[in-house]
Design a protein around this ligand. Structure first.
Ligand code: EPZ
Length: 428
């Protein structure tokens, strides 16, 4: 069968934005990248044909498919948001450095490979633009399940004849750590109890989808998850839910351009912490069942945010919200508690005229009257989104380079913004 991958976007592409206009209209949200990636890793636990719908056409998804194909699986189709993937042939246990270094979420295959093949060799991802991001909590949990783990020449080598249930407490709430251990435990011998787990919608969804395939997981969405190991799982058949970070990014796009944008195909409950902050800042936010409308109502005031695990304010929306606060009336304080180094966008925002000072994990933003367009460089996925937002509001032209970061997680961003009235194009 033909394997259809979406066109790989070129590394040298730039986004050009002539800012200052108001965004208006409707934008439809794509499937959630961070929900799709763990579900794709979970396909390793199955034999047979998996079917995923609503998958976003972003580069991290193609990277994960390359990884899964390299493990011996077969992508029969990836087109128009649908993946058909046959996991029957998975027999290779190596996730190579070339792929893991471009996408940290590749570490999600560690637990499933150990559970299915009893062996895994997964490159350590190393630090990244937002912090050191170790995998120690994933590794300790798997060791607790009986895996023998060695770190050799930049790779994690794991072995376990059959993983066994464990009671494990996460010292820090970790999203992919929770996902990795839940996946490993589904095929382990006996019961696993995980404490202080992540409650992100993506983790809850993973557990629900695994249960539909025959897993026995309880308590997801609370601090304590219990998994009763089973012998095998049926192939996955699911529909990925809409991306809450993309939703939040377009909500802020409406706010920062003093616009009136309706965001469709979204789950308002998942972005409640942002909605509250936007309302506090003076915006009107109307909630429908699967839509949100953000309307500028003549004021934008500085408000404070503190990033926290779900349901707190998402760290993945911190950079975008900070871009908004650069144009707010008065001061706002942004406290980043999840990652130790997630302020890479600040230097670029300052080059556009923003007034921001950083002290450790705190940024103090004093609102300015206007930002000015500038040549800008994207450093990571969400920092890139914040630069796009700032550029939409700025006077004059901005040219954002290294936008391969944005292509990792935002589906068709320039077309979606163009349809809302932005003067934006991609320069090849
Ligand atoms: C997930 O990353 C997301 N990625 C991130 O989204 C998101 O920013 C993050 O969760 C927090 O919400 C995916 O879902 C694919 P963590 P993850 O483990 O799981 C520390 C985006 O832009 N930690 O929850 O890697 C870690 O250093 C991306 O889409 C350990 O100390 O994040 C951090 O300080 C970026 N040891 C904190 O926990 C560990 O073993 C939370 O990180 C694991 C994590």
């Amino acid at each position: 069968m033909t394997v259809l991958f979406p066109r790989e976007k070129k590394y040298m592409d730039k986004i050009v934005i002539k800012g200052g206009g108001r965004l208006e209209g409707e934008v439809e949200i794509s499937g959630a990248k961070n929900a799709a990636l763990p579900i794709m890793a979970a396909m390793i636990l199955t034999t047979g044909k998996n079917k995923l719908d609503g998958v976003p056409q972003v580069r991290d998804v193609t990277t994960m498919l390359h990884l899964l194909n390299g493990l011996g699986g077969c992508t029969e189709e990836f087109n128009a948001g649908r993946i058909f993937f046959d996991a029957t042939g998975i027999n290779n246990f190596e996730a190579p450095y070339e792929l893991v270094s471009t996408m940290r979420a590749s570490c999600l295959v560690l637990g499933p490979l150990l559970a299915r093949l009893g062996r895994a060799k997964v490159s350590l991802p190393g630090g990244c633009a937002i912090g050191a991001r170790p995998l120690d909590l994933h590794i300790r949990g798997l060791e607790g399940m009986g895996a023998k783990i060695r770190l050799v020449q930049g790779y994690i080598y794991g072995e376990a004849k059959r993983l066994r249930g464990v009671r494990y407490y996460f010292d820090t709430v970790t999203v992919t750590g929770t996902a990795n251990l839940i996946m490993a435990a589904t095929l382990a011998d006996g019961e696993t109890v995980l404490e202080n787990v992540a409650k992100e919608p993506e983790v809850v969804f993973l557990a629900d989808v695994l249960n539909q395939s025959g897993a026995k997981i309880k308590g997801h969405g609370t601090d304590l998850v219990t998994i009763q190991g089973v012998q095998s799982l049926k192939p996955i058949n699911c529909n990925i839910f809409p991306d809450r970070i993309e939703t939040g990014t377009y909500m802020i796009a409406s706010a920062i351009t003093r616009g009136d944008v309706k965001i469709t195909n979204c789950i308002p409950k998942q972005v409640e912490s942002l909605t509250l902050k936007l309302r506090q800042s003076g915006l009107i936010v109307e909630e429908g069942e699967t839509s949100l409308r953000v309307i500028y109502d003549g004021q934008l005031n500085g408000v404070n945010i503190k990033t926290q695990p779900h349901p707190g304010f998402a760290t993945d929306l911190q950079a975008q919200f900070m871009a908004l606060m650069t144009l707010a009336q008065g001061k706002s304080i942004v406290l980043e508690t999840v990652f130790e180094n997630r302020f890479m966008h600040v230097a670029e925002l300052k080059r556009m005229g923003a007034d921001i000072t950083i002290q450790g994990r705190t940024a103090v933003v004093s609102g300015v009257k206007e930002l000015s367009g500038a040549p800008l460089m994207a450093t990571d996925l969400r920092a890139s989104a914040s630069l796009v937002l700032a550029a939409l509001a700025a006077k004059g032209e901005s040219v954002i380079s290294r936008i391969y970061h944005i292509d990792r997680g935002y589906s068709d961003i320039e077309q979606k913004l163009y349809r809302l009235g932005a003067k934006i194009f991609r320069k090849k």
